[in-house]
Design a protein around this ligand. Structure first.
Ligand code: SAH
Ligand code: SF4
Length: 356
């Protein structure tokens, strides 16, 4: 049977898998057995599921597959602490995944779309255009890529951030199923508190997370403290202006009791003035939050330069004085273009050059 008509087992929920077993007149406990092979033993082939009857293994092999994605490029930087792979989707596109190793944790940064339709000017993904949403299986396969690699090193993926290519809130249904699958106790059993979704500020998505009262963390890419500036940097702000984003953010904190992270990318002479820092402090006053200050990485064809270190420290000083917790995020992986979308952008630039 060709792959188009086969089922990717990574797309299924435990309930979905159980229903298939029932349809096939198999006992429903087979679903948990299969789940443990995929997410516990990390097998890549139903034939290796030794405690299943031969006939079931055969049927699984014919009707299903486990959708691991092949590596087309691997880059290692920061003396091995950061690495990035380009995985290839079945339709020949690039899905970028990053691993960041820290003393206490190994964080995988996962993509939710191929490209992004929201077009932030400083962002390589935004500049590369939009192709499509990723499936639950493709999102899960990115995590499994590094689960398998770290397993060989006797280490574990401890955290997942949905901060790779694309806007997670525009693909929340597929992403949420992937989150539930990563969290399932029969498999990887990842704690929800160790997962974080980053959004540019898609209000309905933030509201849905608030309504679910989830423990999954939320990061909002702020980048500017007023609509005039934010409209330029983040075009999605024209659809969901700051007041609406902040209202949804407060609702999330209220419903989940979790602190929000705000990402603020500092671009030289654009959004890094003292006035911007004071305005940001005012905007976030009294809110349970943390601000990550990140120098904007230059991208191919982009106009923005990172703010100088002393500007970043001054910005931080102003927020700190206003009682707001901040971290200056050392930008990991600059030497390997780890900021997501850059491989895809580079590939496109290459293709364009190669055109007659
Ligand atoms: N679409 C989501 C998640 C993916 S982008 C979002 O925008 O939040 C992940 C993070 O990388 C965002 O905070 C984004 O603003 C940031 N980012 C994008 N391009 C960057 C660049 N050139 N330098 C630094 N941060 C960048
Ligand atoms: Fe899309 Fe996020 Fe990049 Fe903006 S920063 S273009 S929302 S991926």
């Amino acid at each position: 049977m060709d792959k188009e008509r086969q089922i990717n087992l990574l797309d299924l929920s435990m309930e979905g898998l159980t229903r298939i077993m029932e349809d096939w007149d198999e006992p429903s406990f087979r679903a948990a057995q299969i789940w443990r092979w995929i997410y516990g033993s990390l097998v890549d082939d139903p034939q290796k599921m030794r405690n299943l009857p031969l006939a079931l293994r055969q049927r699984l092999t014919e009707a299903c597959y486990i959708g691991y994605l092949p590596v087309v490029e691997r880059l290692v930087g920061d003396d091995g602490l950061t690495e990035k792979v380009a995985l290839q989707s079945h339709d020949g596109q690039i899905i970028e995944v990053v691993l960041m190793r820290y003393a206490e944790r190994n964080t995988v940064c996962v993509s939710s779309q191929i490209g992004c339709p929201l077009g932030c000017l400083f962002c390589a993904t935004g500049r590369s255009g939009y192709s499509r949403n990723l499936t639950t299986g493709e999102i899960t396969a990115q995590v499994l890529h590094y689960v398998r690699q770290l397993h060989r090193e006797d280490a574990r993926v401890t955290n997942v951030v949905f901060m790779g290519m694309g806007e997670p809130m525009l693909n929340l249904d597929a992403l949420w199923q992937a989150i539930l699958n990563l969290h399932h106790p029969e498999g990887l059993n990842m704690g929800l508190r160790r997962l974080t979704i980053s959004t540019v500020g898609i209000v309905p998505g933030i509201e849905r997370m608030a309504e679910w009262g989830t423990e999954v963390g939320l990061a909002i890419s702020l980048h500017a403290p007023n609509d005039a500036l934010r409209d330029q940097l983040v075009p999605a702000n024209r659809r969901y202006p700051l007041a609406q984003v902040m209202k949804a953010a407060r609702y999330y904190v209220e419903q989940t009791s979790r602190r929000i992270t705000f990402e603020y990318g500092l671009a030289d002479g654009v959004n890094d003035s003292d006035a911007c820092a004071h305005e940001t402090a005012e905007l976030l006053r009294g809110m349970r939050c943390h601000v990550n200050l990140i120098p904007i990485n230059p991208v191919i064809g982009g106009d923005y330069r990172p703010s100088p270190d002393e500007r970043i420290l001054r910005f931080q000083e102003i927020l700190t004085a206003a009682g707001i917790q901040t971290t200056v995020r050392i930008s990991r992986g600059r030497d390997i273009e780890a900021g997501c979308g850059q491989l895809r952008l580079r590939q496109q630039a290459r293709n364009q050059k190669e055109m007659p």
